[in-house]
Design a protein around this ligand. Structure first.
Ligand code: MG
Length: 272
């Protein structure tokens, strides 16, 4: 029997599941479960290329220099350089400037990124984090109810979970309809979504007292703290360990499996 369903922020749960009362674990999707680094890097490379082409076309069309012209041809960062900047929350304009494009090109560059980042050919680059499958099995096997709270569209989450045979491990997904929400990663949006998830899980009879919120960004840690949950920050995602540590999460781990060990141990302690 499938015990999973999907919810959009503004919509009520479509298929409520009334099973035995279980301890809930709230977990983010990108970062703890999905490695998005290759998709974000390839989107960045394509964004640089698209902005260059846009301005070359403008030169040809008008037989003259465009009013705004790139400083030079972009010099793309390596993936390691790019990801280090992302992990330290460097602004996209700064990443663009370090790649050799003029500051005036910020808007068209961001438009290209937003246009491309959810394209199916790029979404296919997303990978399961190395320890995620074992971690989900471990938590599920120990009777925990796994609830995803993510700024991704539920359809994208569903597709990924199905493709990677993880769907049966997840009990419920709270996502958002806005395709650009994941990249924007707004703290307020995550807080509102987590509050909805907590209220609905409680209404369904599940235990949220002593629950954990697991995630890889400030949005997850701050949302968990705002809702008085224990917070596990993971450095395997889009923020560095040093950046996450400054947010003072309850625990800081390298990946989901280490966090799962702690979450299961604390659930057992609570049940004892
Ligand atoms: Mg994340």
């Amino acid at each position: 029997m499938t015990v999973r369903n999907f919810s959009l922020t503004a919509l009520p749960v479509t298929h409520s599941v009334w099973g035995a009362s279980r301890q809930v674990v709230f977990c983010d999707f990108d970062g703890p479960i999905v490695d998005v680094s290759e998709r974000y890097y390839q989107t960045y490379l394509k964004g640089l290329l698209a902005v260059e082409q846009l301005y070359e076309e403008q030169i040809i069309k008008h037989y003259q220099e465009p009013k705004i012209s790139p400083k030079a041809r972009a010099e793309a960062l390596s993936k390691a350089e790019f990801w280090e900047l992302k992990q330290n929350r460097t602004a996209d304009i700064e990443i663009m400037l370090r790649s050799g494009l003029a500051s005036e090109l910020h808007q068209p560059f961001m438009q290209q990124i937003e246009r491309m980042v959810n394209h199916p050919s790029l979404l296919r680059l997303d990978r399961v984090q190395p320890s995620a499958q074992a971690a989900l099995h471990y938590m599920k096997g120990n009777g925990l109810r796994l609830v995803l709270v993510t700024l991704r569209h539920p359809r994208q989450v569903e597709d990924f979970l199905q493709t990677h045979q993880l769907a049966h491990l997840i009990d419920q997904v709270y996502g958002v309809a806005d395709l650009n929400a994941a990249q924007a990663n707004r703290v307020e949006q995550k807080c509102a979504l987590l509050a909805t998830a907590i209220a609905q899980q409680t209404a369904q009879g599940h235990r949220v007292t002593g629950s954990w919120m697991i995630g890889d960004t400030e949005a997850d840690v701050l949302a968990g703290q705002a809702m008085n949950l224990s917070t596990a920050a993971l450095s395997c995602g889009i923020r560095s360990a040093a950046y996450l540590k400054a947010l003072q999460p309850s625990k800081l781990y390298g990946g989901l499996l280490s966090a799962a060990g702690k979450v299961v141990a604390s659930a057992m302690l609570q049940a004892a």
